[in-house]
Design a protein around this ligand. Structure first.
Ligand SMILES: [Zn+2]
Length: 282
């Protein structure tokens, strides 16, 4: 049995503010905490019967997890030039996907800690076939394209509630109580990790009861960006239609292709924030 873990940082036990996740001395502490939460999920997965675990580091520069401290039974996808973004390495050989340390969507719950959708600098709202999605919901639909069900999530209480509105059966480990976007009532990391370990184990033991979320036929993404310059530069792609000063739409034949296309648009939008050639030394 193979389990895929998509790991993010905002929902990791101990995290309460954005500054803790930026490259500074605080960040080094939080990389260790992230690695420890992921290890708890890996241990739970193996205890539940998994034989193989692949972890994709999906926060910021996607190189946060300390490989030397990772459970040696797991493999790690690290680094950020990835066509499949937070799901690099996922394919139809996996039996379930877990989301460790994830967070609520931009403009979702008012409380969820450091809420955003994929790239806070540019994305205001993301819709898949007219349904507003956060990262977990979107990634779950993409995993469904590989016939892989979402089985476990961990993060703050508002995030877990938000996801369970559309994925009521997914096992949720609450790592903290969200007070505000930049404040939380924290559990001790050891307490949170026990919850992660136990719920992850349960999820894998019951893996056969989870159904993948699939999308039939062509998939349309509507993305509302924060700035008009971000939306405009994505129309360099012939598939993209401008639907408003800050919004775009495109359609692809299937969810996996549409996800890659969405990621391409977000990369363009991020680089367009302050002018696309602003940081190029050519
Ligand atoms: Zn993140």
């Amino acid at each position: 049995m193979k389990v895929f873990i998509s790991a993010d940082m905002e929902g990791i036990s101990g995290v309460a503010t954005n500054q803790q996740l930026k490259t500074n001395s605080e960040y080094q502490r939080f990389r260790k905490l992230m690695t420890a939460d992921v290890n708890a999920a890996i241990e739970g997965a193996f205890n539940g019967g998994a034989k193989e675990v692949v972890v994709a580091d999906g926060h910021g520069n996607m190189s946060n997890i300390l490989v030397e401290e990772l459970d040696p039974r797991a493999r790690l996808v690290s680094g950020n030039n990835r066509v499949m973004c937070q799901l690099e390495g996922l394919d139809d050989t996996f039996d379930g996907i877990m989301f460790v340390g994830h967070h609520g969507r931009e403009a979702g719950s008012e409380r969820t800690v450091i809420s955003h959708t994929l790239a806070g600098i540019c994305v205001n709202e993301m819709k898949v076939n007219d349904r507003v999605v956060g990262e977990t919901e979107m990634n779950t639909l993409v995993a469904g394209g590989f016939n892989v069900p979402a089985i476990f999530i961990s993060g703050d209480d508002a995030y877990v509630k938000e996801v369970q509105e559309t994925l009521p059966d997914v096992k949720g480990a609450v790592t903290k109580r969200a007070v505000d976007r930049f404040a939380a009532e924290l559990l001790h990391p050891e307490v949170a990790r026990k919850e992660i370990r136990e719920k992850a184990e349960l999820a894998v033991k019951e893996i056969k009861s989870f159904k993948p979320q699939t999308v039939e036929g062509p998939v349309t993404f509507n993305i509302e960006f924060k700035g008009p310059q971000q939306a405009m530069m994505t129309t360099t792609l012939p598939t993209v239609e401008l639907t408003g000063p800050r919004s775009i739409r495109f359609t692809c034949d299937d969810i996996v292709t549409a996800y890659k296309h969405m990621w391409g648009c977000v990369i363009i939008a991020m680089t367009a924030t302050n002018g696309v050639l602003g940081s190029v030394n050519a």
